[in-house]
Design a protein around this ligand. Structure first.
Ligand SMILES: *Cc1c(COP(=O)(O)O)cnc(C)c1O
Length: 422
């Protein structure tokens, strides 16, 4: 690799996904924007408007009859998304449903899959999980009359380290043994970008008889997933990060097929989870749909769903294999650029990439510790059009999104970084 514009352009020319960049709107609030926050809010596909307009005009034309007469009837609108989302998540169709929001879905799934009983009452999670996940976990534990202090067990990085060692997760699982009810971890840590071995965690947790769930907010559309094959019990993700499906957009749920037909499983139910062949008989007594759809509460928010469908069609066209291949190459190039700039300016400032250096242990995100620099460095980047994420005291999170970022973006980021240091 070379930290030159010529090299970056040559890589862009070879990029089989380069045509996708044009399918997105880049922010225009400043000139020459470098958008590296697809891990926080993905850019808007140009096609999104068309998908939403379709529903607005069907609503105008048909009113309530749109449930059956719309081009994509609203009654079954969510079904348009299922197989496309299942492909991205490495799941079978009946294991996936698009519905609600992420934290809502985590709660609904934990209601079913965190069932403390006898000795088996504990949840294992990552230290410093995303705040919403922490609150969800704590309140689930309290909901069962238990104290999070004793029943929420965290695995943290070792003293002086940034990443969680997977061996420490496995050891904790073994230690907890038959006290462990659930392992619930972010598939990719939002802060460090560390990707966990979900297959191995699932295996280890199942070996001691625990359930396993993952929050895939930072994994969906970023990591090549195989949820079915890995045997994960459940998962939830949002679609507005790498999946570009509108601010606060709809979320997805995965429930492994081994739980597809368990009407006895406790759950918080709503009419859209009811067996659709007899849903409108509106009879008392809940009869869940087979599979993940049995966890739906409400009829689909069609406008948000339309935004997600627009994006899923792009993912289908691009394919997760090609997205994953570009992700690894582009992130490695960005890493190279940052190290080069860091080396050249080491008497002023050095950067430490705390994200794993092994590309099998990360996705698109790099989290950078800026030694000897504070927020002023970040502000100097922002002034040059770099849209990144700053976390106190000195961490910059950046994520080149394979669908719309380019190698040239990575090169230009390096130039901005060098200027910011100086
Ligand atoms: C982005 C993110 C969330 C956001 O939850 P919402 O319910 O969509 O607001 C939750 N958890 C993690 C790990 C996230 O990265």
């Amino acid at each position: 690799m070379e930290n030159t514009l010529a090299y970056a352009r040559q890589m862009d020319e070879k990029d089989v996904l380069r045509g996708f960049r044009d399918k997105f709107y880049f922010p225009t609030f400043c000139d020459d924007v470098i958008y590296f926050t697809g891990n926080s809010l993905g850019l808007q596909p140009k096609s999104t408007k068309e998908y939403i307009d379709q529903e607005l005009s069907d609503w105008a034309k048909y009113g309530v009859e749109g449930h059956f007469l719309a081009e994509r009837p609203w009654f079954s609108y969510h079904e348009n998304l299922t197989s496309k989302a299942a492909k991205v998540m490495g799941a079978k169709n009946h294991e996936v449903v698009i519905t609600h929001s992420l934290t809502t879905n985590l709660h609904l799934l934990m209601v079913s899959f965190f069932r403390p009983e006898g000795k088996r009452t504990k949840i294992l999670c990552e230290a410093k999980a995303f705040p919403s996940d922490q609150y969800a976990l704590e309140s689930q534990v309290r909901f069962h009359g238990l104290d999070p202090k004793d029943h929420l067990v965290e695995v943290a990085p070792r003293e002086g380290e940034h990443l969680i060692r997977e061996e420490d997760i496995y050891r904790k699982i073994d230690e907890l043994g038959d006290e462990l009810a659930l392992v619930m971890i972010g598939g990719v840590n939002y802060y460090t970008g560390q990707l966990f071995d979900m297959k191995m965690i699932t295996e280890k947790a199942h070996a001691v008889g625990a359930m396993v769930g993952f929050d895939l907010a930072h994994a969906a559309g970023n990591i090549n997933l195989a949820l079915h094959e890995w045997g994960v019990d459940f998962a939830a993700w949002c679609t507005y990060k790498y999946m570009n499906s509108s601010p606060g957009g709809v979320s997805g749920m995965f429930v492994h097929e081994r739980h597809a037909e368990k009407p006895e499983l406790p759950r918080f139910a709503g009419w859209w989870g009811y067996d659709k062949s007899t849903r409108f008989l509106m009879e008392p007594g809940f009869k869940p749909m087979f599979g993940a759809e049995g966890w739906q509460l409400s009829n689909a928010p069609v406008l948000g769903m339309a935004a997600h469908l627009a994006s899923l069609d792009l993912f289908e066209e691009a394919g997760m294999d090609r997205i994953g291949a570009k992700r690894d190459e582009m992130t490695a190039f960005l890493e190279f650029v940052i190290e080069d700039i860091s080396e050249k300016n080491k008497d002023r400032c050095t950067f430490e990439i705390i994200t794993p250096r092994d590309r099998n242990k990360r996705g698109a995100q790099l989290s950078i510790l800026a030694h000897g620099q504070g927020k002023s460095l970040f502000d100097a980047l922002s002034k040059q059009g770099v849209v990144a994420d700053w976390r106190e005291p000195n961490v910059i999170r950046i994520a080149p999104a394979p669908l719309y970022n380019s190698f040239e973006d990575c090169y230009r980021f390096g130039q901005c970084l060098e200027k910011a240091i100086q």
